[in-house]
Design a protein around this ligand. Structure first.
Ligand SMILES: [Fe+2]
Length: 483
């Protein structure tokens, strides 16, 4: 298995392998000295996993050297980081060190192989991972260590995480910032850099776990929260990494889903668990921050797909508009056209008690009208939709938006408001003229990849499902900051 490595070694590196390897050798004594001095290095054990778990050099981590690690991990290791490879016999480590050196890495191998080591040994495994779903359950109790570059971190991060770029993780002063009394989870875009970071931490005796599939995996976590139970049930499905919200509304065994998210299989699992049938799927508008799962969910469940007739789609659906009504179980859904965020935005009123407002009205704010570069035109529509169509609903009507902002606290785990509470939001008590002036004056960064996401949601571009996590990386940026 180890010799598979040779499959991908380039002709160039084979040539380099013919050169002397004497300067890549590290003796057992030298390695022992490095470890005692806590020199910044990565100690990778390339032996079979069961051999590693039985016995390995303290501070080393098991590493699989294959095409994937060559492509995804090696380029992320800082060039100045000393890497020492161990195998038994030494040949595989020697060849790998030569190959890594040919890529500019500071790589060495333990001369004489594992059996030449005279120092301390450990047992067991290293390189633990934590699934995004698991992390979501204990987010408040762990230390989130984001090892991306600071520019990447400032663009988007998991709230509460701390940034120490991978290359800085080898500085002992930086390590003082890592708490000793908390579970540590290392984070990067896809889990590769974070895995190297966990390796680096293990070397100095700090235990950590790597977030599986990184931020891309984190952005696909869906958390269900039941908000209303009887007689109609409302389950809010939260995409915790992005602040996207969608809703299942169930009545007498028949359910509708509003603004479903990927992975859409979650809705099918919930329906199966709770014994109801999804009969209708609605989107409030053409989303710009995430890929809509409405079409896939409708297809997978045989449910009817309802989309705004005021927006253009390149595929067929049941296109709905103002005043249309639909029934499910013993409940009723009424459509209101509420343009302003997009020209075709719809809100859905269920049983005259609940309103699903899409990106027009949030718990903490109001929707941004400028996603399609027509801010001025949309702003008056936004004002009219808010004041003449939504805020005129009965005070007790519960408001279910499609997003929440990054710093908004959930109330009993859900992001829900009422029309009465909404009326107190900033900018909803000012004149239309002042409102338009304020809204038009603000410029906000747009959601990452928004142009491509809109094209996908229109049905003009097909995506492989595995591309969705990367496309959705980043915050939703749907609300106006009224703070
Ligand atoms: Fe939106």
């Amino acid at each position: 298995m180890q010799y598979k490595l040779l499959d991908y070694i380039s002709k160039k590196s084979i040539l380099i392998m013919k050169q002397s390897t004497q300067n890549l050798e590290v003796s057992s004594e030298q390695l022992s000295e490095y470890l005692i001095k806590q020199e910044p290095l990565l100690l990778f054990d390339l032996r079979e996993k069961d051999h590693f778990e039985k016995s390995h050099i303290k501070g080393s981590v098991h590493a699989v050297c294959n095409a994937q690690s060559k492509e995804k991990i090696m380029p992320k290791i800082p060039k100045n980081t000393k890497i020492i490879l161990i195998s038994e016999p030494e040949d595989f480590a020697k060849e790998t060190a030569k190959m890594m050196a040919s890529f500019g890495l500071n790589a060495y191998f333990l001369a004489g192989g594992f059996s030449s080591w005279k120092g301390k040994l450990s047992q067991g495994q290293t390189g633990k991972i934590i699934a995004p779903d698991e992390l979501a359950k204990k987010l408040d109790s762990v230390f989130l260590l984001d090892v991306r570059d600071s520019s990447e971190f400032s663009e988007y991060q998991i709230p509460g995480s701390k940034n120490i770029p991978l290359e800085d993780l080898f500085d002992s002063k930086t390590l003082e910032k890592i708490p000793k009394d908390k579970e540590i989870v290392t984070i990067c875009p896809h889990g590769n850099r974070a895995m190297v970071a966990s390796f680096a931490l293990a070397r100095i005796g700090i235990d950590s776990q790597t977030l599986e599939d990184g931020l891309a995996g984190w952005n696909q976590v869906l958390k269900p929260v039941t908000v209303v139970k009887d007689p109609t049930k409302i389950i809010q499905i939260q995409k915790v990494g992005k602040g996207c919200l969608s809703h299942i509304v169930e009545s007498k065994g028949k359910a509708i889903v509003i603004d479903p998210l990927y992975p859409f299989e979650k809705y099918i699992d919930i329906a199966k668990e709770q014994g109801f049938e999804i009969t209708r799927v609605f989107d409030t508008h053409q989303h710009a921050d995430h890929v809509s799962a409405a079409r896939d969910l409708a297809q997978a469940t045989g449910a009817k797909l309802h989309l705004s007739k005021y927006e253009g789609y390149a595929f067929d659906a049941d296109f709905v508009g103002d005043s249309d009504e639909f029934s499910f179980g013993q409940s009723n859904l009424r459509v209101i056209h509420t343009p302003g965020h997009t020209p075709g935005s719809l809100s859905y009123v269920v049983d005259e008690k609940y309103v699903f407002t899409g990106d027009i009205l949030f718990v903490e704010s109001i929707g941004r009208p400028d996603l399609r570069d027509q801010a001025e035109e949309f702003t008056e529509e936004l004002y009219n939709s808010l004041h003449n169509k939504l805020l005129v609903l009965p005070h007790h009507t519960m408001v279910f938006p499609t997003h929440h902002g990054e710093n908004v606290e959930a109330s009993q785990e859900a992001f829900v408001s009422t029309i009465q509470q909404s009326k107190k939001l900033p900018w909803l008590d000012i004149s239309k003229q002042d409102f338009i002036q304020k809204i038009v004056a603000i410029t906000l960064p747009r959601p990452m990849n928004y142009r491509k996401i809109i094209t996908v949601n229109k049905g003009e571009l097909k995506l492989v499902h595995s591309e969705i996590p990367d496309l959705e990386i980043g915050p939703n940026r749907c609300a106006v900051d009224v703070s």
